[in-house]
Design a binder for this molecule. Structure first.
Ligand SMILES: Nc1nc2c(c(=O)[nH]1)N[C@H]1C(S)=C(S)[C@@H](COP(=O)(O)O)O[C@H]1N2
Ligand SMILES: [Mo]
Length: 314
C-alpha cells in the first residue's frame, strides 16, 4: 500500500486507527475523493500517478492484515536509550529535541554531506508503506509507516565501487537519552545492512506513521525500517549513515554474538538460543500466529540470499 500524502495531517483527524483506515480506503478510491472534494489537485495527481504501482505493491504486504492500534504502536516500544521497559520510550521521550536535526552521509560516496532532515523530506517526498514488523522477542505489529526509500537517498549520494555495506548510527546524548548513562549497550547504537539490502525497494527511512510525524518513542525524527528483518535492525534517531567496505559490527551482535547476528532475517526455523522463533504474538491478538520466512516478504527478498547458509548467517 502506497499513498502519497503530506506527513502532517492534524492529530484529531486520525488518532483513531479505524477512522484512519476508512479515510485511507476512501482516499484510495479516486472517484470518492473527487466526489468529496477531499484532495488537492497536486495530491490527486500524485495518487493517480502511483495508483497502479501502489496496488501491485500491496500484494504480499500487509494488505489483508489489521493495522495495530496507534496506541500500541506508540506505547509498546523498544528504545533502550530511554530505558529497557516497553513503556519507557513513551514516558521519557517528551523532552527529546528532534529539530534541528542533521544526518551526516559519509564514507564511500561521491557526494558526502550533512543533510537537514527537512531537506531530506523535501528531496524525497514520503509515502505510506504498510508493513508487518517482527521483533526478535516474538511479538509483531502492522504499522502504516510514512517514509522514503533509502535506496533513493543512496543513489543521490552516489556510492563508490568500494561501498559494500551501510552503517547507521543513533544520536549519542546522555542528557536526552537517560538510558545512555548506563552501559546496558555499547552506545551509540549502531546497525548495518549489506548495500543490496539497503538498496532494496522495501527498505525505508521513516519520518512518520499513521500519517503523523514520528514521535520520539518510534525513532524521531528519522529511523530505518526493514520489514523482513528482526526489529532491532530498525535503528532509531539516526545521525550518521556511512558507506563502508567491510561488514559493520552491530550493537546487538557486539552485546551477545551467539544470540544476535548481522543478518537478522526473520526465520522461523532458526530459534533464538533462549526461545523459539516459530510463532509470534501479534500485539492486540490472543492466538499466536506462525512466523513466516522473511516475515512474509520472501517473494521480494529471498533472492538476496541465494546460496547462503541462513543458519550460519543468522
Ligand atoms: N537506537 C535504537 N534503535 C532501536 C532500538 C533501540 O533500543 N535503540 N530497539 C530496536 C528494537 S529491538 C525494535 S523491536 C524496534 C522497535 O521499533 P518501534 O518501537 O517503533 O516499534 O526498534 C529498534 N531500534
Ligand atoms: Mo526488537
Amino acid at each position: 500500500m502506497l499513498i502519497r500524502r503530506p506527513p502532517d495531517i492534524p492529530t484529531r483527524e486520525i488518532t483513531d486507527e479505524r477512522l484512519y483506515r476508512s479515510r485511507r480506503d476512501f482516499l484510495r478510491s479516486t472517484a470518492g475523493a473527487i466526489a468529496a472534494g477531499a484532495l488537492s489537485p497536486a495530491l490527486l495527481a500524485a495518487c493517480g500517478g502511483r495508483g497502479a504501482e501502489a496496488e501491485a505493491e500491496t500484494v504480499g504486504l500487509a494488505g489483508q492484515d489489521e493495522l495495530t492500534p496507534f496506541e500500541d504502536v506508540t506505547t509498546y516500544n523498544n528504545f533502550y536509550e530511554f530505558g529497557t521497559d516497553k513503556s519507557d520510550p513513551a514516558r521519557k521521550g517528551g523532552s527529546m529535541r528532534v529539530r534541528p536535526w542533521t544526518v551526516a552521509i559519509e564514507g564511500e560516496v561521491a557526494k558526502p554531506g550533512e543533510y537537514d532532515v527537512d531537506e531530506l523530506i523535501r528531496l524525497f517526498p514520503p509515502e505510506e508503506h504498510v508493513y508487518r514488523m517482527r521483533c526478535v522477542e516474538a511479538w509483531s505489529m502492522v504499522i502504516p509507516w510514512f517514509g522514503f526509500r533509502l535506496g533513493d537517498l543512496l543513489k543521490h549520494v552516489e556510492p563508490t565501487g568500494q561501498a559494500k555495506y551501510v552503517e547507521f548510527t543513533t544520536l549519542l546524548d546522555p542528557e536526552q537519552f537517560p538510558g545512555q548513562k548506563r552501559r546496558i549497550l555499547d552506545w551509540p547504537y549502531v546497525e548495518g545492512l549489506r548495500l543490496d539490502e539497503a538498496m532494496h525497494p522495501l527498505t525505508l527511512l521513516s519520518v512518520g506513521l499513521y500519517g503523523k510525524t514520528l514521535l520520539p518513542q518510534n525513532g524521531a525524527p528519522i529511523r530505518l525500517v526493514v520489514p523482513w528483518k528482526y526489529g532491532f535492525k530498525g535503528i532509531k534517531s539516526i545521525v550518521r549513515i556511512r558507506l563502508v567496505r567491510s561488514q559493520p559490527r552491530n550493537t546487538w551482535q557486539i552485546s551477545a554474538p551467539n544470540e544476535y547476528g548481522f543478518y537478522a532475517n526473520v526465520n522461523p526455523e532458526v530459534d533464538h538460543p533462549r526461545w523459539s522463533q516459530a510463532t509470534e504474538r501479534r500485539i492486540g491478538e490472543f492466538r499466536r500466529r506462525k512466523t513466516l520466512p522473511f516475515n512474509g516478504y520472501a517473494d521480494q527478498v529471498a533472492s538476496l540470499y541465494a546460496g547462503m547458509d541462513l543458519r550460519r548467517n543468522f
